[in-house]
Design a protein around this ligand. Structure first.
Ligand code: 5GP
Length: 186
Protein backbone atom coordinates (compact mmCIF):
# COMPACT_ATOMS: atom_id res chain seq x y z
CA UNK A 1 0.00 0.00 0.00
CA UNK A 2 1.42 3.39 -0.94
CA UNK A 3 1.56 5.88 1.87
CA UNK A 4 -0.88 8.75 1.83
CA UNK A 5 0.22 12.35 1.91
CA UNK A 6 -1.28 15.39 3.59
CA UNK A 7 -2.58 18.02 1.19
CA UNK A 8 -3.26 21.34 2.88
CA UNK A 9 -5.44 23.99 1.24
CA UNK A 10 -5.58 27.48 2.60
CA UNK A 11 -7.10 30.69 1.28
CA UNK A 12 -9.01 33.77 2.35
CA UNK A 13 -12.70 32.89 2.56
CA UNK A 14 -14.48 33.76 -0.68
CA UNK A 15 -11.43 32.95 -2.78
CA UNK A 16 -13.22 29.98 -4.31
CA UNK A 17 -11.26 27.38 -2.38
CA UNK A 18 -14.31 25.22 -1.62
CA UNK A 19 -15.41 25.37 -5.26
CA UNK A 20 -11.97 24.24 -6.39
CA UNK A 21 -11.92 21.42 -3.84
CA UNK A 22 -15.40 20.28 -4.92
CA UNK A 23 -14.38 20.33 -8.58
CA UNK A 24 -11.32 18.22 -7.75
CA UNK A 25 -13.59 15.75 -5.97
CA UNK A 26 -15.86 15.54 -8.99
CA UNK A 27 -12.95 14.85 -11.34
CA UNK A 28 -12.52 11.70 -9.29
CA UNK A 29 -8.96 11.04 -10.49
CA UNK A 30 -7.20 12.26 -7.37
CA UNK A 31 -7.21 10.31 -4.13
CA UNK A 32 -8.57 12.71 -1.49
CA UNK A 33 -10.10 11.96 1.89
CA UNK A 34 -11.20 14.95 3.92
CA UNK A 35 -10.25 15.52 7.49
CA UNK A 36 -13.30 16.89 9.35
CA UNK A 37 -12.28 19.74 11.66
CA UNK A 38 -13.86 20.68 14.97
CA UNK A 39 -15.23 24.17 15.63
CA UNK A 40 -17.22 26.05 18.25
CA UNK A 41 -18.97 28.21 15.64
CA UNK A 42 -22.68 27.53 15.07
CA UNK A 43 -23.62 25.45 12.01
CA UNK A 44 -24.85 27.36 8.94
CA UNK A 45 -27.97 26.25 7.10
CA UNK A 46 -27.27 22.98 5.36
CA UNK A 47 -24.26 22.04 7.47
CA UNK A 48 -24.24 18.67 9.21
CA UNK A 49 -22.37 17.68 12.35
CA UNK A 50 -19.64 15.15 11.57
CA UNK A 51 -19.73 15.99 7.85
CA UNK A 52 -18.80 19.66 7.48
CA UNK A 53 -17.41 20.00 11.00
CA UNK A 54 -17.71 18.47 14.40
CA UNK A 55 -19.70 21.27 16.01
CA UNK A 56 -18.66 21.54 19.64
CA UNK A 57 -19.65 23.81 22.50
CA UNK A 58 -16.86 26.08 23.72
CA UNK A 59 -16.32 23.99 26.91
CA UNK A 60 -16.15 20.80 24.82
CA UNK A 61 -13.66 22.42 22.45
CA UNK A 62 -11.53 23.48 25.43
CA UNK A 63 -11.68 19.95 26.83
CA UNK A 64 -10.40 18.55 23.53
CA UNK A 65 -7.52 21.07 23.61
CA UNK A 66 -6.66 19.98 27.17
CA UNK A 67 -6.80 16.33 26.14
CA UNK A 68 -4.24 16.99 23.38
CA UNK A 69 -6.67 15.88 20.67
CA UNK A 70 -5.65 18.60 18.19
CA UNK A 71 -2.65 18.59 15.86
CA UNK A 72 -3.28 22.34 15.63
CA UNK A 73 -6.05 24.74 16.50
CA UNK A 74 -6.54 28.47 15.93
CA UNK A 75 -8.91 31.23 16.95
CA UNK A 76 -9.58 32.03 13.30
CA UNK A 77 -12.09 34.78 14.11
CA UNK A 78 -12.60 36.37 17.53
CA UNK A 79 -14.16 33.76 19.78
CA UNK A 80 -14.38 31.20 16.97
CA UNK A 81 -12.04 28.26 17.26
CA UNK A 82 -11.22 25.63 14.64
CA UNK A 83 -8.96 22.64 15.08
CA UNK A 84 -7.56 19.65 13.20
CA UNK A 85 -8.13 16.40 15.07
CA UNK A 86 -5.18 14.05 15.31
CA UNK A 87 -7.64 11.14 15.07
CA UNK A 88 -8.78 12.30 11.61
CA UNK A 89 -5.27 12.57 10.15
CA UNK A 90 -4.16 9.27 11.70
CA UNK A 91 -7.24 7.42 10.47
CA UNK A 92 -6.96 8.66 6.90
CA UNK A 93 -3.19 8.20 6.56
CA UNK A 94 -3.39 4.73 8.12
CA UNK A 95 -5.90 3.74 5.45
CA UNK A 96 -3.33 4.65 2.78
CA UNK A 97 -5.26 7.63 1.43
CA UNK A 98 -4.25 11.24 0.96
CA UNK A 99 -5.59 13.40 3.77
CA UNK A 100 -6.95 16.78 2.69
CA UNK A 101 -7.07 19.69 5.12
CA UNK A 102 -8.96 22.92 4.44
CA UNK A 103 -7.65 25.17 7.19
CA UNK A 104 -6.52 28.72 7.94
CA UNK A 105 -3.04 30.01 7.09
CA UNK A 106 -1.49 29.67 10.53
CA UNK A 107 -2.86 26.16 11.00
CA UNK A 108 -1.63 25.24 7.53
CA UNK A 109 1.91 26.42 8.21
CA UNK A 110 1.92 24.60 11.56
CA UNK A 111 0.84 21.30 9.97
CA UNK A 112 3.46 21.75 7.24
CA UNK A 113 6.12 22.32 9.90
CA UNK A 114 5.02 19.18 11.77
CA UNK A 115 4.75 16.83 8.79
CA UNK A 116 7.49 18.26 6.50
CA UNK A 117 7.82 16.45 3.18
CA UNK A 118 4.80 14.30 3.96
CA UNK A 119 2.66 17.44 3.53
CA UNK A 120 2.04 19.69 0.53
CA UNK A 121 0.71 23.17 1.28
CA UNK A 122 -1.27 25.02 -1.41
CA UNK A 123 -2.43 28.62 -1.12
CA UNK A 124 -5.41 29.67 -3.27
CA UNK A 125 -5.15 33.38 -4.16
CA UNK A 126 -8.33 35.36 -4.85
CA UNK A 127 -8.12 37.54 -7.98
CA UNK A 128 -8.46 40.73 -5.89
CA UNK A 129 -10.08 42.25 -2.81
CA UNK A 130 -13.02 43.83 -4.72
CA UNK A 131 -13.91 40.49 -6.29
CA UNK A 132 -13.61 38.91 -2.85
CA UNK A 133 -16.13 41.39 -1.38
CA UNK A 134 -18.52 40.70 -4.27
CA UNK A 135 -18.32 36.96 -3.70
CA UNK A 136 -18.78 37.17 0.07
CA UNK A 137 -21.79 39.48 -0.25
CA UNK A 138 -23.27 37.28 -2.99
CA UNK A 139 -23.05 34.25 -0.76
CA UNK A 140 -25.66 35.78 1.58
CA UNK A 141 -24.89 33.46 4.48
CA UNK A 142 -23.22 35.98 6.79
CA UNK A 143 -24.12 39.27 8.40
CA UNK A 144 -22.34 42.41 7.14
CA UNK A 145 -20.29 42.64 10.33
CA UNK A 146 -18.79 39.19 9.64
CA UNK A 147 -18.14 40.03 5.97
CA UNK A 148 -16.06 43.05 7.03
CA UNK A 149 -14.14 40.87 9.49
CA UNK A 150 -13.45 38.28 6.78
CA UNK A 151 -12.24 40.96 4.34
CA UNK A 152 -9.87 42.48 6.89
CA UNK A 153 -8.57 39.02 7.59
CA UNK A 154 -8.15 38.26 3.87
CA UNK A 155 -5.58 41.05 3.49
CA UNK A 156 -3.62 39.67 6.42
CA UNK A 157 -3.82 36.09 5.11
CA UNK A 158 -2.48 36.95 1.67
CA UNK A 159 0.79 38.05 3.27
CA UNK A 160 1.41 34.42 4.24
CA UNK A 161 1.08 33.10 0.68
CA UNK A 162 4.83 33.04 -0.07
CA UNK A 163 5.39 30.63 2.84
CA UNK A 164 3.30 27.92 1.15
CA UNK A 165 4.81 25.24 -1.10
CA UNK A 166 2.62 26.37 -4.01
CA UNK A 167 0.35 29.33 -4.83
CA UNK A 168 -2.55 29.12 -7.29
CA UNK A 169 -4.48 32.22 -8.44
CA UNK A 170 -8.19 31.54 -8.83
CA UNK A 171 -8.91 33.97 -11.67
CA UNK A 172 -10.48 31.26 -13.81
CA UNK A 173 -12.02 28.24 -12.12
CA UNK A 174 -11.32 25.64 -14.81
CA UNK A 175 -7.70 26.73 -15.14
CA UNK A 176 -7.18 26.88 -11.36
CA UNK A 177 -8.62 23.36 -10.90
CA UNK A 178 -6.36 21.99 -13.64
CA UNK A 179 -3.34 23.67 -12.06
CA UNK A 180 -4.09 22.26 -8.59
CA UNK A 181 -4.68 18.77 -10.04
CA UNK A 182 -1.34 18.92 -11.86
CA UNK A 183 0.47 20.03 -8.70
CA UNK A 184 -1.00 17.18 -6.65
CA UNK A 185 -0.27 14.55 -9.30
CA UNK A 186 3.27 15.81 -9.60
P1 5GP B 1 -15.79 28.67 7.92
O1 5GP B 1 -16.34 29.28 9.17
O2 5GP B 1 -16.04 29.55 6.72
O3 5GP B 1 -16.24 27.26 7.71
O4 5GP B 1 -14.21 28.57 8.08
C1 5GP B 1 -13.49 29.69 8.46
C2 5GP B 1 -12.01 29.42 8.36
O5 5GP B 1 -11.61 28.40 9.28
C3 5GP B 1 -11.55 28.93 6.99
O6 5GP B 1 -10.42 29.71 6.61
C4 5GP B 1 -11.17 27.51 7.25
O7 5GP B 1 -10.17 27.09 6.36
C5 5GP B 1 -10.66 27.59 8.68
N1 5GP B 1 -10.60 26.26 9.32
C6 5GP B 1 -11.47 25.25 9.18
N2 5GP B 1 -11.08 24.19 9.89
C7 5GP B 1 -9.90 24.52 10.48
C8 5GP B 1 -8.97 23.83 11.30
O8 5GP B 1 -9.15 22.67 11.66
N3 5GP B 1 -7.88 24.50 11.72
C9 5GP B 1 -7.63 25.79 11.35
N4 5GP B 1 -6.51 26.36 11.78
N5 5GP B 1 -8.47 26.47 10.55
C10 5GP B 1 -9.60 25.85 10.11
Amino acid sequence: MTEGRIIIFSAPSGSGKSTIINALRERGDIDMQFSVSATNRPPRDGETDGVHYYFLSTPDFEARIAAGDFVEYEEVYPGRFYGTLRSEIDRILASGHNCVLDIDVKGALNVKRLYGDRALSIFIMPPGIDELRRRLEGRGTEEQEWIEKRLAKAQWEMDFAPQFDRQVVNDDLTRAVAEVAAIIKD
